[in-house]
Design a protein. Sequence first.
Length: 388
Amino acid sequence: MMSAGHAQQIEILFYVVGLLLFVIFGVIILSYLRRTRQPSQQLPHEAKREMPTTAEPAEEKEAVLAHVDSTGQIVSDIEAPAIDLKEALKKTEENLFGRIRNLFKSDSGSAHLDEIEEILYTSDLGPTTVQRLMAALEEKLSKKERADYDTVRSALKEEIKNIFAGSHSSTPEQGILSKIQFAENGPTVLMIVGVNGAGKTTSIGKISSQLASQGKKVLVAAGDTFRAAAGGQLKVWTDRAQVEIFSPEGVTDPSAVAFDAVAKGKAQNYDVVIVDTAGRLHTQANLMEEIKKMKRVMSKVIPEAPHETLIVLDANSGQNALMQAKEFHNALTLTGAVLTKMDGTAKGGVAVGLAQELQIPIKLIGVGERIQDLRTFSSQEFVDSLFQ
């Protein structure tokens, strides 16, 4: 039998074990109660942020309002009215006619032909354009009229209108479809060229998005096989525009990409095939030869292809943009230009130089980051905005 001393020790041991279990379970229960009560103790704005019912609509709204800017970053796209072209060209107007206006303010009784000529030369219009404008002032105005700012302004405005008259639409047209020469049968092929940094990838994304919104079935060919990031940037844009990208793995020959893309567009009844090309300097002869080859191979699939060969030019490049356009035009016979970054630049006068020296129609201009800010070009609207 167990002695009384042993029985007492066992009884004490049970008490100790019981007390330990009580403490352990008590700690567990208190910890659980703290966790369950914690959300109710949060500040109202914190609780709201964690609620899934409010987070989901916020994400959905952001997806609708987000857009990709020229660097490929997704940014908020708040609904706003179209950008006023007069506001977008304000710096160009100040650089060009603002300086001419100031001449007459300082001495309204004198002719300022020499000073006007200097201003025109430094406003990225191009030498041929400047000579034509100066000839118009000298031949159409009397000495007395040349001393009057309003008369000089009217003469310059009229002559710039005449420069655009040969190859540009004077009235604003709605939508990008009005600026593209569509094929009568089969897909319309657009070849997009230009130097790196001009906004080529961004312009392709905006063009494809606008075409898709008009019900066109669009295929974008990633023909820039030299720059590793080019395909990824183009993929971001095509995903957002909900159009297909053609970017075969392991294919490094841009001509092969162009040929296969046009063939796919024809076989699968696409409305538009947009062919991207590697950005290159107009002075790189070997690369210019390669881009000529790209154009030739497209015509083997569709004889008329490409139906449009568009150059993307950065308006900030000024006279350099004119030189780029000349070289690409000599190599490829351009059908039009896309002039980007017109908002905020003081060198928008390059548009007049393009019209005068190359007679290349400006199809589209970029005046902002949003998709709709790549808009159709109207010579009437442009000239009116220059002469605010």
